[in-house]
Structure formats: structure tokens, C-alpha cells
Design a protein around this ligand. Structure first.
Ligand code: MN
Length: 194
């Protein structure tokens, strides 16, 4: 069974970039819904297996992928946020970003553009391929489309409207800009090296 992870900071700690009310609802309502959704599908699978009944595999697995993706991405998201310290990436991470993108500023621009241009609901993610040793940006639609299998996910930014609507209304650009103030670069670096 999946369960909602605790945050490493208080709901008010990411303000003014993410307000207490926005973060509380996002974590307690939206993330919780993906946890419940994934668990409910496993219950349905267990029941069907026990009773020997058939399920619509296509729709069941599509729904499962959406909910598990939602749970995992939100868990990664909370971990790559931290109260604003004005930090920058360091260690292997910054070397890798500079080598791939030319500069941190260029990376920031490409990642922001990926986040801004997600059609509908989705995520921007920084991933890392251990086959090529290259960091690669993903633009994930919903919680599960356009994901590169086996790439490690180092950092994600949620651009579902539920992530920012209370604070920024429909101004996704303003939320994307605010995000850079509350990135937990230590954690992003650990994910790359771990
Ligand atoms: Mn979300």
C-alpha cells in the first residue's frame, strides 16, 4: 500500500513562493488522492484475482499508471523543495549541467520553457541517463506520458493548475519563476550521485 509521505518542512515554510494554504491543499488533498487512487486499483486487482473475474486491463492499467506516477512525482517534488536559501547546484551536478547545457542560466531557461509549454497538466523534470552520462529534461504530460524509462529523476516541477492556482491564478510563468527560489539543490545533487 502506498501512503502519503510527510514533508521535511512546515506548510508555511515555502512562502511567499508557495503559500501555506496552497501547499497544504496540494499535499493533503491532491497528493493524497493519487495515493488513494493507486491503492484502490490494487484492491480491485486483488479482488478480481481472488474471484476469478476479468477487468478491463487497458483502462485499469492506464489509471494505475496515472496514479502511481502522480504519487511518485509528488514525493520527488516535495523532496526537491526547501525553504529559500538562494542556493545553486554544486558538485557533480553543476559540472554535468554546465557540460550539457553550456551554463546554469541556459539550463534554467530550457527547464522553464519545458515547464511553461506543457500542454494542459504535467511536469518538467530533470533526468539523468546512466547510459550516456547526460542530464536530459523531460516534459511529462499528466503524470506518466513522455517519461524516459530507466532515467533517474533528479528534480521535478509540478505545473498542474492545482499546484499554483490559489497563489498565482492562471499565471504559470510566475509560479515557474518562483520555483527557482525554493529548489533543494543538495537533494537534487544527492539523487544524481546516489
Ligand atoms: Mn500536483
Amino acid at each position: 500500500m502506498y501512503s502519503l509521505p510527510k514533508l521535511e518542512y512546515d506548510y508555511k515554510d515555502l512562502a511567499p513562493y508557495i503559500s501555506e494554504v496552497q501547499l497544504t491543499i496540494h499535499h493533503q488533498k491532491h497528493h493524497q488522492a493519487y495515493v488513494n487512487g493507486a491503492n484502490a486499483i490494487f484492491d480491485k486487482l486483488d479482488k478480481a484475482r481472488k474471484e476469478g473475474t476479468d477487468l478491463d486491463m487497458k483502462s485499469t492499467l492506464k489509471e494505475l499508471s496515472f496514479n502511481i506516477g502522480g504519487h511518485i512525482l509528488h514525493s520527488l517534488f516535495w523532496g526537491n523543495l526547501a525553504p529559500a536559501k538562494g542556493g545553486k547546484p554544486g558538485g557533480m551536478l553543476v559540472d554535468s549541467i554546465n557540460k550539457e547545457f553550456g551554463s546554469f542560466e541556459r539550463f534554467k531557461k530550457e527547464f522553464s520553457q519545458a515547464a511553461m509549454s506543457v500542454e494542459g497538466s504535467g511536469w518538467a523534470a530533470l533526468s539523468f541517463s546512466e547510459q550516456t552520462n547526460r542530464p536530459v529534461i523531460m516534459q511529462i504530460e499528466k503524470h506518466n506520458m513522455n517519461v524516459y524509462p530507466t532515467h533517474k529523476i533528479l528534480m521535478v516541477l509540478d505545473v498542474f493548475e492545482h499546484a499554483y492556482y490559489i497563489d498565482y491564478k492562471n499565471d504559470r510563468a510566475k509560479f515557474v519563476e518562483a520555483f527557482w527560489n525554493i529548489v533543494n539543490w543538495d537533494e537534487v545533487g544527492r539523487r544524481m550521485e546516489g
